[in-house]
Design a protein around this ligand. Structure first.
Ligand code: F6R
Length: 259
């Protein structure tokens, strides 16, 4: 894991967007793994700015979202499909035929989950996966205790997740209790992962994920197994870390030839 600590949310978002844009520019037919929630909104805003002002071209890219609430249709304003359209898709030139969000209204949930994993493989695998982190250490909706090699599956939401996500709904009773989510195993197959966090409400989860032992009880700690993960956090989210970390990604060494 490479950990980068930035002064504020704006700087996190700009670095994350720059890393995603690099993937898109190097491989126009890339497969993006996308997240919802409050954390990546600034990253999506910066990607939209890059599209409008710098011509960042999404026309050949495809995408797979991490998760979706069971029971919410696309048109529901708290569905993750709606979120993605509102915060990114409708502002850039991505082809909507190439975007994928798990279907919260699928009639056969288990076969839909198997299909989702197969589809990621068919499209060539995830080139870059963006993650937030739950206050309980979850990634996507892999709640504490989820099997480390899990594939896309349905899950019931942890009490902490329901409480944290109540802010997006009218009341706690409106928060769906079930979700579809990529598994930890699915996520770990992405070629590159960036995990973002800001605010001190994430400090304990970040400390456990980055400096704690790898355990299914802290799903984000499993990223320690992944060969190319960058954790980009602000000072508040870094406040419980014991070690000191970089402020910019390390540059690969350049070999000097002898003359
Ligand atoms: C969202 C997702 C979740 C969030 C996490 C943090 O697609 O998979 O794991 O990333 O719950 O949410 P925010 O960013 O709202 O704090």
């Amino acid at each position: 894991m490479e950990v980068i600590v930035k002064p504020d949310y704006d700087q996190i978002s700009k670095l994350a967007a720059r890393m995603i844009a690099d993937v898109i520019r190097n491989k126009p037919r890339c497969v993006l793994g996308l997240a919802t929630g409050g954390t990546p909104v600034g990253t999506y805003k910066e990607l939209i700015r890059m599209h409008e002002e710098e011509g960042l071209d999404f026309s050949q890219a495809s995408s797979f979202n991490l998760d979706e609430y069971v029971g919410l249709e696309h048109a529901h304003d708290q569905s993750y499909w709606y979120f993605m359209n509102d915060n990114l898709f409708k502002h850039v030139n991505i082809n909507l035929a190439n975007v994928h969000v798990p279907d919260g209204k699928a009639l056969d949930i288990e076969s839909h989950c198997r299909w989702y994993d197969e589809e990621i493989r068919k499209w060539g695998g995830l080139d870059i996966q963006i993650l937030g982190i739950g206050g309980n250490g979850h990634i996507a909706f892999n709640e504490p205790g989820t099997a480390i090699w899990s594939r896309t599956h349905w899950t019931s939401l942890d009490e902490r997740t329901i409480a944290d996500n109540t802010r997006f709904f009218k009341s706690v009773n409106d928060v769906p209790r079930y979700a579809l989510t990529m598994g930890i195993g699915t996520i770990l197959e992405a070629r590159k992962i960036i995990m973002l966090a800001n605010k001190d409400s994430k400090a304990d989860a970040i400390a456990a994920a980055v400096e704690g032992a790898v355990t299914a009880m802290v799903p984000a700690s499993t990223l320690q197994f992944h060969p190319d993960t960058t954790v980009i956090i602000d000072k508040a989210a870094a406040s419980k870390l014991k070690r000191t970390y970089r402020t910019e990604p390390a540059k690969a060494p350049v070999a000097k030839r002898k003359r």
